[in-house]
Design a binder for this molecule. Structure first.
Ligand code: NAP
Length: 282
């Protein structure tokens, strides 16, 4: 019987995940089916259990269910625990295992696809929501010189600083971890600036001071499909040399989930290239 997978979210019609996983399956010769599942806002757990009961092997989880998926899982990976959110579920012998592949996807896109060196870099992470939380640990593991988390609601950035400080210290890289507000960034410069806020979804950008980008710096917006977002426009005007959106992160987090489910790693480059070409003509 063909193994069944799906992405569950609400809304879900826009999701590119079914196409990405169909391409991975064709490329690696895996016999699997991957659909889009509209989750009921008041019935997420029931939909997941039904899917598993009917032979489902795994799910990707997207907005707004990542926290519920975390709560539903019987077991969670260390990176899902750190993120406090789950974007990948594996069903194994009646148990639900939760993982989070977003951070690994971002890191793979930054280091492999964009060729950035994060060891020794000064990184600025904008936002303190689920997406930001999920990438802190994977970024710290790359031994940057500093990781500054800046957020509109400053207390949320400071909470992340306090929560992750012991992890940063235990890694022994001497990485400075800072939580602050946007005003505190004046006079500082960074090698990589990552926008993990939802501002781009409403054609907005965090209010950043000028002079933020060091020579050859990169600006990365986790949002994709919105063209050059206000954040990326601001970064270009402020001298960022490399500008990237989150399409690569989307494809790479999918590849990480696919590898977890199927035990074989797909080649992401042709899939990313196809999606990129489609976005540029739409
Ligand atoms: P979330 O938990 O709702 O957090 C939203 C964050 O954005 C908060 O830090 C919030 O600040 C900030 N924010 C919202 N509007 C803002 C504005 N106008 N100006 C400044 N800050 C603003 O959302 P999330 O789950 O972290 O997702 C964030 C973004 O990442 C989304 O756009 C999502 O699409 C994207 N994402 C992309 C991928 C990918 O694969 N490419 C994966 C995951 C997420 P406050 O704390 O002050 O409210």
């Amino acid at each position: 019987m063909t193994d069944r997978y799906a992405v569950i979210g609400n809304p879900i019609a826009h999701s590119k995940s079914p196409r990405i996983h169909a391409a991975f399956a064709a490329q690696t010769g895996q016999d699997m089916q991957y659909d889009a599942l509209l989750g009921r806002l008041d019935g997420f757990a029931e939909t997941v259990r039904d899917f598993a009961r009917n032979g489902g092997r795994g799910l990707n989880v997207t907005i707004p269910f990542k926290l519920e998926a975390h709560a539903l899982a019987h077991e969670r990976s260390a990176r899902a625990e750190a993120a406090r959110a789950v974007n990948t579920l594996v069903f194994e012998q009646g148990r639900i295992i939760g993982d989070n592949t977003d951070g690994a996807g971002l890191v793979q896109d930054l280091t492999h696809n964009l060729g950035l060196t994060l060891k020794g870099a000064r990184i600025l992470l904008l936002g303190a929501g689920g997406a930001a939380r999920g990438v802190i640990l994977p970024l710290l593991q790359l031994a940057p010189t500093s990781l500054c988390i800046a957020n509109r609601t400053v207390a949320r950035a400071q909470e992340l600083q306090h929560e992750f400080a012991p992890r940063a210290t235990s890694m022994g890289h001497n990485c400075a971890l800072i939580g602050c507000g946007y005003d505190d960034l004046a006079g500082q410069s960074f090698d990589v600036v990552i926008n993990a806020t939802a501002a781009s979804l409403s054609d907005d950008a965090p209010p950043l001071p000028a002079g933020l980008y060091a020579p050859h710096a990169a600006a990365y917006d986790m949002v994709y499909g919105k063209g050059r977002t206000p954040f990326l426009q601001q970064a270009a005007a402020d001298g960022a040399e490399i500008l990237a959106d989150g399409l690569g992160m989307l494809v790479e987090q999918a590849a990480e989930a696919f590898t977890l489910w199927r035990g074989v790693r797909p080649n992401t480059a042709p899939v990313l290239q196809t999606l990129r070409a489609e976005l540029s003509v739409s």
